[in-house]
Design a binder for this molecule. Structure first.
Ligand SMILES: Cc1cc2nc3c(=O)[nH]c(=O)nc-3n(C[C@H](O)[C@H](O)[C@H](O)COP(=O)(O)OP(=O)(O)OC[C@H]3O[C@@H](n4cnc5c(N)ncnc54)[C@H](O)[C@@H]3O)c2cc1C
Ligand code: SF4
Length: 494
C-alpha cells in the first residue's frame, strides 16, 4: 500500500517526522500565518528558509504550496492526494487545523517524553515542580545515571553554574559561534519578504541581519558539533553570566533548529553525554545542558497542553501596563540603562538573547513595572527567533511574570541591580549605580525591585522565600521616593 502523504508543518522539518525514505510530503506556506503578526524579520526569514530548504531536499516527493491559508493549501492538495496524515502539531490552532484537514494525527515526535509519560508522572501529585519532573526523566531515560543514583552523586550542579564573567575582558574568548553561509534560497526568501513588506502583506520588526541560525539538518548537525567542540566545556560555569561584548557566551544557539524540528533533543543529550564519558566536558556542563533539554524543554511542552488556552490570560499580580513603544519597536536608543540597552540591541539584531537576559533583564524589568503578561507573552513569541506558541506560557506567564500566582515558580524571578552587577560587566558602563535606589544615580532595577516588593507586600509576606526581603522593606526610609521614581527610570534617551 502507498504510504500516506505527510503534511509537515514548518516546525517538523527533521527526518524523524517522516516514516520512511519514500514518504510523499505536503508543505503549505500560509500567507495568513506569515501576515498574522508583526514578527521579527529574522524569524520570518528562518522559518521560510527552513521550509524551502526542506522542500528542495525532498525534491519531487514534496508538494510545496503557497496559499492564503493552511485550509486553502491543504484542500487544493486533497484533490490530488488520497490519504493525508500529520504529526501532532505544536499549537492548539494547528492541531485544530490538522484534525479538520487530515485523515490521521499521529503522536508528537519532537520531545523526550510522551503525553502519557507526563500524565503518569503527574498522577496523584499535589505539586508539579520541574525539578521532580527532571529527576523522573533522568531515571526513565537512564541519562547520567549510575544504577538508581545520579552520576556524580548529585542531581544538580547549580552552585557550580553561577560563575560571574571573568573580569578584565569583554568576551569569554571562545571561538566564534557556528554560523551558516547563505545561499540562493535565502536570497529568494529575502526578496519575497522585501516585496511582501512593500505591498503590506507582511509586517516585521527588527534588523534583517545575515542569517545566524541553522535551517537544514546538515547545518543543525554542524552547529551541534561546533557547540560540543568549542562551547560545551564552559556552558555550565558561565550559564548565567552576561557580557556586553559576547552575545552568545557559551550557549548552544540550538533552540532554533530544535524548535524547527531539525534536531531531536535526545540526539543533543546523547552527544553531550558522550563528551562527558570521553572526558572532554565536565559533569556540571553536561548535566546543565541535559537539565535544559529533558527537563525544562519537555516540562514547558507538557505545561502548554496541561494548562489550557486561558492560562496566558492569568494575571495574579494584576499587571496592566501596556508594553512601551520602545519594546514594540525594539529601539535601544530610548534606553540608557546599559544592561537593558544591550539586551534589546541583541533582540533587535538577532531576535535572540540567552536565558538570563530574557529572565533577569527583560522579564524582571517587565515584572517590576507591571507590564501586562499576556502582551509580554505575545511579544516574546513574535520577536524571538525561537519563540513558538508552546514554549511561551511556562516561561513567560509562569516563570518570568509569576502571573499564575506561583504554580511553576516558588518565588518571582526578579532582583535589584546587585545581581546584574555580579553576573555581568554592564554596570561599569552605565550612568546608574546598582547600589543606589533613589536620586539621579538610582539603578532602575534596584529601585524597581523595592517598588515591586512594596506593591505586592501582602501577597508575599507569607512566602517563606520572600519573607526576609519583605522584612527589609520596613527599614527603607526612602520608600515613598522609590515608588515615585521607578516608572520612567532608565528610559531617558541618551
Ligand atoms: C522569558 C523567557 C522567554 C523564553 N522564550 C523562549 C522561546 O521563545 N523559545 C525557546 O526555545 N526558549 C525560550 N526560553 C528558554 C531559553 O531562554 C531558550 O531556550 C534559550 O535561551 C535558547 O538559547 P540556546 O539554544 O543557546 O539555549 P541553551 O542555553 O544552549 O540551552 C539548550 C537548549 O535547552 C532548551 N531550553 C533551555 N531552557 C529552556 C526553557 N526554559 N524552556 C524551554 N527550553 C529550554 C532549549 O531548547 C535550548 O536550545 C525563554 C526563557 C525565558 C525566561
Ligand atoms: S546599574 Fe542598574 S541599570 Fe545600569 S547596568 Fe547595572 S543593573 Fe543595569
Amino acid at each position: 500500500m502507498d504510504p500516506d502523504r505527510r503534511w509537515l508543518f514548518g516546525d517538523q522539518l527533521g527526518p524523524h517526522f517522516l516514516d520512511g525514505p519514500d514518504q510523499p510530503v505536503l508543505m503549505v506556506e500560509s500567507m495568513s500565518v506569515l501576515g498574522a503578526h508583526r514578527y521579527h524579520r529574522a524569524k520570518l526569514h528562518l522559518v521560510l528558509s527552513a521550509m524551502r530548504h526542506r522542500a528542495a531536499e525532498l525534491g519531487e516527493r514534496c508538494d510545496y504550496r503557497r496559499a492564503s491559508s493552511f485550509a486553502a493549501g491543504v484542500e487544493e492538495a486533497r484533490v490530488a492526494h488520497e490519504k493525508l496524515s500529520t504529526v501532532h502539531p505544536t499549537s492548539r490552532s494547528s492541531l485544530a487545523a490538522a484534525r479538520a484537514l487530515t485523515d490521521e494525527v499521529l503522536a508528537p515526535r519532537g520531545f523526550c517524553s510522551a503525553f502519557e509519560d507526563f500524565t503518569a508522572w503527574a498522577e496523584g501529585r499535589t505539586s508539579l515542580r520541574m525539578e521532580e519532573f527532571y529527576r523522573a526523566q533522568r531515571r526513565r531515560l537512564g541519562v547520567l545515571m549510575r544504577g538508581g543514583d545520579p552520576e556524580g552523586g548529585r542531581w544538580n550542579f547549580d552552585s557550580e553554574n553561577r560563575t560571574p564573567p571573568p573580569r578584565g575582558q569583554s568576551t569569554l574568548s571562545l571561538s566564534e559561534p557556528w554560523s551558516p553561509t547563505e545561499d540562493g534560497i535565502d536570497e529568494e526568501v529575502r526578496a519575497d519578504l522585501d516585496s511582501w513588506e512593500r505591498d503590506g502583506t507582511v509586517r516585521s520588526v527588527g534588523r534583517d541581519d545575515v542569517r545566524r541560525f541553522a535551517v537544514t539538518r546538515d547545518e543543525a548537525m554542524a552547529a551541534l558539533d561546533h557547540f560540543l567542540r568549542y562551547r560545551l566545556r564552559t556552558f555550565g560555569s558561565y550559564e548565567d553570566a552576561m557580557m556586553s561584548g559576547d552575545w552568545t557566551m557559551s550557549h548552544s544557539l540550538l533552540s532554533v533548529p530544535l524548535n524547527l524540528g531539525l534536531l531531536h533533543p535526545l540526539e543533543v543529550v546523547d552527544a553531550a553525554v558522550l563528551e562527558y564519558q570521553a572526558g572532554r566536558a565536565p559533569l556540571n556542563a553536561v548535566e546543565g545542558l541535559v537539565r535544559q533539554l529533558i527537563g525544562w524543554r519537555d516540562y514547558t511542552w507538557h505545561t502548554y497542553w496541561q494548562t489550557g488556552p486561558d492560562y496566558t490570560k492569568e494575571n495574579a499580580l494584576d499587571a496592566r501596563e501596556p508594553l512601551p513603544e520602545w519594546w514594540e519597536e525594539l529601539d535601544p536608543s530610548q534606553v540608557d540603562a546599559a544592561c537593558m540597552a544591550d539586551v534589546l540591541t541583541s533582540v533587535r539584531d538577532h531576535g535572540w538573547t540567552h536565558h538570563i537576559p530574557r529572565l533577569m533583564v527583560l522579564g524582571s524589568w517587565a515584572l517590576q513595572r507591571g507590564l501586562d503578561p499576556a502582551a509580554l507573552n505575545s511579544w516574546f513569541r513574535r520577536v524571538f527567533v525561537d519563540g513558538f506558541t508552546w514554549v511561551m506560557p511556562a516561561n513567560v506567564i509562569g516563570m518570568s511574570q509569576y502571573a499564575d500566582g506561583g504554580r511553576f515558580a516558588t518565588k518571582p524571578y526578579t532582583s535589584g541591580g546587585a545581581y546584574i552587577d555580579r553576573m555581568s560587566d554592564y554596570c561599569g558602563q552605565c550612568p546608574y549605580s546598582p547600589k543606589v535606589r533613589t536620586g539621579p544615580d538610582a539603578c532602575p532595577f534596584t529601585a524597581g525591585y523595592w517598588a515591586f516588593l512594596d506593591r505586592h507586600r501582602p501577597r508575599f509576606a507569607g512566602n517563606h522565600r520572600m519573607k526576609p526581603m519583605i522584612g527589609n522593606l520596613d527599614r527603607l526610609k526612602d520608600l515613598p521616593l522609590v515608588r515615585q521614581e521607578v516608572v520612567t527610570r532608565g528610559t531617558a534617551p541618551p
